[in-house]
Ligand binder design. Sequence first.
Ligand code: ATP
Length: 355
Amino acid sequence: MARPDKEYKRNMSSIEIPVIAGDGIGPEITSAVLKIVDAAVRSTSLQLEWIPVVAGLSALEQGSELIPQRTMDEIARCGVALKGPCTTPVGEGFTSINVKLRKAFNLYAAVRPVRSMPGVETRYQNVDLIIIRENTEGLYSGVENEVTPGVVMSMKVASKAACQRIATWAFRFANRRGREKVTVLHKANIMKMTDGLFLKCASDVHANDYPNLAFESTIIDAGCMKLVQDPSQFDVLLLENLYGDVISDLCAGLVGGLGVVPGANIGEDLSIFEAVHGSAPDIAGRNIANPLALLMSSVMMLNFLAETRQLPELAESAELIRRSYDACMIHGEKTRDLGGELGTAEFADAVIARL
Ligand code: ATP
């Protein structure tokens, strides 16, 4: 977890949080989530001060850059942000917003809890996975070039420092959360150097620092098969960047889809909380998107603030929200993607009514 910063004082009553509403379904799910979080925090002595900042297509449309400097400055100043999904225009000249934010703030660990939800019928009812994805290297290095006309290549990068850092983070996280096993999914039989280094670093961190936890490694293609056969055989999954991206969506499918998987991007100095899903332009502006994944991400954010800034009231608010959306699920108050009938705004009202 990011270290507590002495600038963020315990006795402050207002906590500033930059919010990127994003593109596509971003604005509608963000507005639903802020309404719920404000209602939950209202019963505490604290107040959240949302600072709207822009990124993505909406920033471009306002005549700015994809990520304006003010957005970067505000996130750096506050040490935390809540982020809706942003669209990066396809084609050359635009670096992915997510990649840029993760690199700029060194958000090296993506954490994505994937759990069965009460009231959400899926093939499995016992899924409880934590995906930990290395966020800064691999095929996301951004080094691509045309070798010769008709032949292009992308560079997969792995550094010992980054592999050790994410492995240490993953084992420490697993240990602190009382998890039992860390599994690395890899392709070190083919990518002997890059995936080989990733695997070796994880294996060394386990042997040297966390022999109390179980550790295993599985080649990723076989791992995919095992995940869909019986996800309960896994606990914490540790993956390099691209595998983490793909496996996150696969695992989302085990628990009801992209509408129910939250995420945190954690660095040494700050963290950004966002849903795993993208901006889903196909359903944007129709009040049918599920805000739950972003709401769950905001619960992770409240728990993070509670822990790193010694604000236990926020952990209580987080628990209140969690219990309320669980109750909504159990009583069938769901959006369409989960088999319910509520719109985005109506779902937010249903959660608030149960706070
Ligand atoms: P990206 O490349 O950014 O991941 P994408 O278009 O590949 O974006 P998503 O935007 O995540 O993927 O969406 C994939 C599909 O999942 C969407 O078309 C939409 O139907 C569905 N979906 C995603 N998020 C939600 C949500 N919050 N509520 C309901 N459906 C969603």
